[in-house]
Design a protein around this ligand. Sequence first.
Ligand SMILES: O=C[C@H](O)[C@H](O)COP(=O)(O)O
Ligand SMILES: C=C(OP(=O)(O)O)C(=O)O
Length: 369
Amino acid sequence: MNATATILKTATATAPQTPTVSDAVTARQPATPTGPQALPAPSALHAEYPLSRALGDGIASQRSTVKRILSGEDSRLLLVVGPCSAHDPRAVREYAERLARLADDVAEQILPVMRVYVEKPRTTVGWKGLAYDPDLDGRGDIARGLALSRELMRDVAECGLPVATELLQPMLAPYLEDLLSWVAIGARTTESQLHRELASGLDAAVGFKNATHGGVQVAVDAMGAAAHPHQRFAMDAAGRPAVAQTPGNPHTHLVLRGGSGEPNYRADHVRAAAAALESAGQNPRLMVDCSHANARKDHRRQSEVMLDVLAQREAGNLNLAALMLESFLHEGKQPLTPGALRHGVSITDACIGWETTERLVKTAAERLA
Ligand SMILES: O=C[C@H](O)[C@H](O)COP(=O)(O)O
Ligand SMILES: C=C(OP(=O)(O)O)C(=O)O
């Protein structure tokens, strides 16, 4: 019996109702070790899903627009928006089409960048994202996950939207990084030297989140580390282990996401964070993540956070350069129950639905006009 069969059988035996993938993951028995299985090299995936010259130029220009907003040369608001995780490419494409239309409507005030998050960092265990487990069944077909992720990001970029993702597994970056206009290093990895080194070699702007317990200094330190050149362990385009020399990335910023269930988006938090950045000689312009601990894990509170931040901006605090929203076609979240998934609903963190998103983004554009 292979490992998949063991996982599902265990879950069925222990759970009286339909097993979810999370059940399967938590009920997992020690897997029989198998030898490593080969993955395609980054160059193979690039050849299968190439970037046209026009798309490559478009992404280069989107990256520099993002950087200009973060440095204050462009006074628009950067808005990283989209599903918590991209579990269903069809629903993500549908969302991208809607967002691309909305982006045109608000282009004078806001630059929407779409979340296409194909890796999820987990607090303990759980589904880890499209790149790891595209079939949502715990088998972990990473080769297929990488291909679907690249194809999906390319399709989103083809809609004219800049693409954002969290980079979690440094080995995954060479497969996707040419498609990215903005990158997050998440709250669980901002303190990691590997992720700081990774950020130091990226051409896209990088947001470092404050730690899950709320500490902001780790992100300030991360910005300093990422601005430096590094020699890092890497994988070359042919998939061979290599030493990469990174140039250092001066285009990084802080993301306030709240910590230990407490928000940190209010004016006093923003002032304190900007002061910490300035005293470290770093860019004080930052992003507020309206979700996660800033919304106390309640997606309905994202609007409240966004409106508060807009009011701070109207009051003159231009350090508030960017916002993040977790939003999908439909509101809320659902358990990962194979065969019973609702279209366009998150299977990780709860999201606001499309109508609320559209209303909020249009309201923001009117207020910023
Ligand atoms: O954004 C997503 C989640 O907050 C993050 O991946 C952690 O999720 P978990 O606590 O459900 O594992
Ligand atoms: C995992 C995420 O955020 P954080 O690192 O803030 O938990 C996310 O934005 O998907």
